[in-house]
Design a binder for this molecule. Structure first.
Ligand code: PEP
Ligand code: MN
Length: 340
């Protein structure tokens, strides 16, 4: 971190600022120019309150030279993090596949769809019991009842399950959930992130609708700071001016994140595009870009789906999509889902 002081800053005030910084175990390198004095801070500056320093009368500006996240930073943890749960892994060099319906609707729907995605090679199941809907009049999910049905699908398939937590008030219901999803709308629900830092379960953290990559990493940092290192990042499309797709899939987020962090990255081509016919090409692109996994919506009858039918694949389409991803992955010497 670099602090640029105002011209003529009184020495006693500068000394006082330096003392307060040094008290945080940070060394200061002072560079006096003809017109400007610069303080170079050396040490672990992640916890230094940049805004508080900037607010001081004698300070012209403050600049960070290092990323503000430490736990998620690849510089401090060069090896890839592998998240392993329920016999499946994400981040181990292959392409994990999380698949299932947007929402859990009936026992028949969830168990049947999950059996079919398993048969096609999915390594995790997805399904929403608590749904974040734009309209309060839309189907809100079956809640507690939905989670119970999802557990039946978990039992029938033997695959680990991923489902969204919308409120900390529901966390006690998530005991048998393998991976807790934090939805795009909750990416900056900091109180939730802090609690999830202590929950002892892997977290799938989705990128916010209009969040930068750094903001996504700072949200991961909240979970990390609580002691939970089992975090999977998810790029699910961001808001742009484009209207042809539901969101704009930021494929470049994959290599960018891979360089910045050791955490695994999965792509959600379903919410990114909003159109089932775009799911296969975007899944292939994600695999080609080096994603650690995919999270794909599949419904046994998309036309009758209570949520996101337009972007849901049929089990047959999903199986075709897996075939194509397998072809791309083989070039990179990777496996897809549970396919050998
Ligand atoms: C979902 O995955 O069910 C979902 C609602 O996604 P997002 O939070 O990315 O909109
Ligand atoms: Mn959905």
């Amino acid at each position: 971190m670099i602090i640029i002081l105002k011209k003529g800053a009184p020495k006693n005030e500068v000394d006082e600022l330096c003392r307060s910084i040094e008290a945080q175990n940070i060394k200061i390198n002072e560079v006096k120019g003809e017109h400007t004095t610069i303080l170079g801070l050396i040490g672990d500056t992640h916890k230094v309150d940049m805004e508080a320093i900037e607010a001081q009368e004698i300070v012209e500006s403050v600049q960070r030279v290092q990323e503000p996240y430490k736990g998620a930073n690849r510089k401090f943890h060069p090896e890839d993090t592998v998240v392993s749960v329920g016999g499946a892994s994400i981040g181990d060099g292959n392409v994990a596949v999380i698949a299932g319906p947007c929402s859990i609707e009936t026992e028949e729907q969830i168990v049947n769809t999950c059996m079919q995605v398993k048969a096609a090679g999915a390594s995790f199941l997805r399904g929403g019991a608590f749904k974040p809907r734009t309209s309060p009049y839309s189907f809100q999910g079956l809640g507690d009842e939905g989670l119970k049905l999802f557990l039946k699908a978990k039992k029938a398939t033997g695959l680990p399950i991923v489902t969204e937590l919308m409120s900390l008030a529901h966390i006690d219901l998530f005991d048998e959930v393998d991976v807790i999803q934090v939805g795009a709308r909750n990416m900056q629900n900091f109180e939730m992130l802090k609690e999830l830092g202590k929950c002892g379960k892997p977290i799938l953290l989705k990128r916010g609708l209009s969040s930068t990559i750094e903001e996504l990493l700072m949200s991961a940092e909240y979970i990390f700071a609580g002691g939970n290192t089992q975090i999977i990042l998810c790029e699910r499309g961001i808001r742009t001016f484009e209207t042809q797709t539901r969101n704009t899939l930021d494929i470049s987020a994959v290599p960018v994140l891979k360089a910045l962090t050791h955490l695994p990255i999965v792509i959600d081509p379903s919410h990114a595009t909003g159109k089932y016919e775009l799911v296969m090409p975007m899944s292939m692109a994600a695999v080609a870009a080096g994603a650690d996994g995919l999270i794909i919506e599949v419904h046994n009858n998309p036309q009758k789906a209570l949520c996101d039918g337009a972007q849901s694949l049929t089990p047959k389409h999903f199986s075709d999509c897996m075939d194509k991803c397998e072809q791309i992955a083989s070039v990179l010497d990777k496996k897809v889902g549970t396919r050998q």
